[in-house]
Design a protein around this ligand. Sequence first.
Ligand code: PLP
Length: 375
Amino acid sequence: MTKKISTFLNEQRPATPCLVMDLDVVADNFRRLRTAVPRAGIYYAVKANPAPEILQLLAKLGSSFDTASVNEIDMALATGVAPDRLSYGNTIKKKADIAAAYQRGVRLYAFDSEAELGKLAEAAPGSKVFCRILTSGANADWPLSRKFGCDVEMARALLIAAAKRGVVPHGVSFHVGSQQRDPAQWDAAVAQAAWLFRECEDNGVQLNMLNIGGGFPTRYRRNVPGMPAYGAAIEESLRKHFGNRIPDIIVEPGRQMVGSAGVLQTEVVLISKKAESDKKRWVYLDIGKFGGLAETMDEAIQYPIVSSRKGAMTPVVLAGPTCDSADILYEKADYRLPEDLEIGDKLEIRAAGAYTATYASVAFNGFEPLKTYCV
Ligand SMILES: *Cc1c(COP(=O)(O)O)cnc(C)c1O
């Protein structure tokens, strides 16, 4: 909780639930990443939090943007950055959307399949394309494995084919899984990428760019390594596998940039038990899975949740306000709240700046989407 956020909450008393973002923390996070991986171009993953104030700030600090749809491209361009600071990093795009991006001047695209390469060749001729490879997602709390990327043999064939299809085979990308708690997880993917660079070169295709994705963590309930540990591990892997021929490097941070900058304020709607003998109270909040806390799925992301009351901490099940039994936040993870907690109390859900406002449903059960304030 920063001074700016607590002052805003105390003075403005906004309706809950709401997300308050401290832009100074975003700027600090940007500088931390800049220092940790000085050789990398930073492409902020817009989906993590696309608040216009955040995009504006990052554009001013020199960030580029990784986008996943035409709307995200337009949000990034609205900051005034040139389209050469954008990548269209989604591997699943409609041809009409590729054409719309191309028309806006975007010339850097991801793909991981023959069919997507075909679409790019037709709708974005002459563009730079990079192929995403599979990773295991091991040690990540929110893995992005399986759905994205192809194996390296396929990537080799596709990159070599790309040159003959009127697009520029530019490089390789991967994502080691979001909220990646282990800095060593980049090594295997960097090794595979280096193999691909050599294989392509042997086939007359010169790759120039390696996109090492996002995955850098935010501190939730558990401690995580600091950015310097990630920077050092990545630099060592690059030197080990690429020697003195390290290509241009791109990173695509999402969570690391905005997670720690946001506090979500929520109100306790109901405290109850299912039987007199129950040890755990059920605490129902005015935000749940459909109001922005989708990453509590399987209790994967465990936000620190704080009450200002001083009573002894006793176990609770935390749930959202909607008429859906999937809307339970934490049942197995050991969450505790003060025994003197009352209906109407405000709680702070900390480190909630990433993947919350964008995940809020439009109006499930008539609840409004999560409102964001930037201070
Ligand atoms: C979501 C996403 C990111 C950001 O991931 P974080 O783990 O939040 O850093 C980066 N790149 C791509 C392609 C993504 O889809």
